[in-house]
Design a protein around this ligand. Structure first.
Ligand SMILES: NC(=O)c1ccc[n+]([C@@H]2O[C@H](COP(=O)([O-])OP(=O)(O)OC[C@H]3O[C@@H](n4cnc5c(N)ncnc54)[C@H](OP(=O)(O)O)[C@@H]3O)[C@@H](O)[C@H]2O)c1
Length: 230
């Protein structure tokens, strides 16, 4: 995720360069059906994940991830600055005690219909609140606003529903998928429903690279341009 790639993405689309990072089992789960995801991948993979964070201007996750994991979303295992955190929380129901309220800058993306007292309480805790037109947060609008705020390299870290939204809208440039040699069976799919009914409509990847990291494999790939920014 270089500055040059971000510059090209911005010039071509007016959007940030977006990397979708997943840490999944061999059978494509990012958590058990009860929501447990700590830790699917090895320490070495998590260190690499922090390197990806350090190269990003912003990390973006959904409310479900914060409620399940209470993550800090910071850079701890490598040297580097922690990026801005962007969290999709339509009705601002993530509690003020969540760890995301500490550390680097926090942007909460909510609907215009979110309760004013909740907005105020979160601003008082130091968060910036972006209010977008009512309904489910429009991810493309979030990314357009992120670019305007100077956030040109965005790392999406999940969960399943946010990953699906980003791919469905053609907003992902690159995937970084850590695959652990573990099987969970019917857990939480790493990517939620995409509405794809035929193999011919699958999102195609190119420039696929595979490397071994600790016990895991890291697949890095570009989303074919015909499948992105539609
Ligand atoms: N292993 C991994 O790599 C990894 C990484 C991250 C998370 N996880 C696991 O994934 C699970 C959470 O995933 P999840 O699918 O339940 O939740 P999620 O994708 O983290 O968050 C989904 C929520 O975000 C909000 N949202 C707002 N706008 C959205 C949009 N445009 N698209 C999608 N969501 C939007 C919605 O809640 P509101 O309507 O309330 O706003 C939605 O329910 C947890 O179990 C966590 O442990 C695993």
């Amino acid at each position: 995720m270089s500055g040059r790639e971000a510059e090209i993405a911005y010039r071509l689309t007016g959007l940030p360069f977006v990397t979708l990072k997943l840490a999944q089992t061999l059978d494509g789960n990012i958590a058990t059906c009860k929501g447990d995801s700590k830790w699917i991948t090895s320490k070495e993979s998590r260190v690499h994940g922090h390197q990806l964070r350090a190269e990003a201007d912003a990390i973006l996750v959904g409310r479900g991830t914060v409620m399940a994991d209470d993550p800090e979303l910071s850079v701890r295992y490598v040297k580097g600055c922690s990026p801005t955190k962007i969290v999709l929380d339509t009705r601002l129901t993530i509690p003020l005690t969540a760890k995301i309220f500490g550390g680097a800058a926090l942007i909460l993306v909510a609907s215009e219909g979110a309760c004013k007292e909740r907005v105020q309480a979160r601003e008082n805790r130091g968060a910036e609140v972006w209010q977008l037109p009512a309904g489910q947060v429009n991810l493309k609008m979030v990314l357009q606003r992120a670019v305007r705020a100077g956030l040109r390299r965005v790392l999406i870290e999940g969960g399943s529903r946010v990953a699906a939204s980003a791919l469905r809208l053609g907003l992902v440039d690159q995937l970084a998928v850590f695959v652990a040699p573990k099987i969970l069976g019917a857990g939480l799919r790493s990517i939620g429903h995409l509405g794809i009914d035929s193999i011919g409509d699958a999102i195609a990847l190119e420039e696929v690279k595979v490397e071994s990291i600790g016990d895991d494999f890291l697949f890095t790939a570009r989303v074919k341009s015909s499948c992105s920014r539609v």
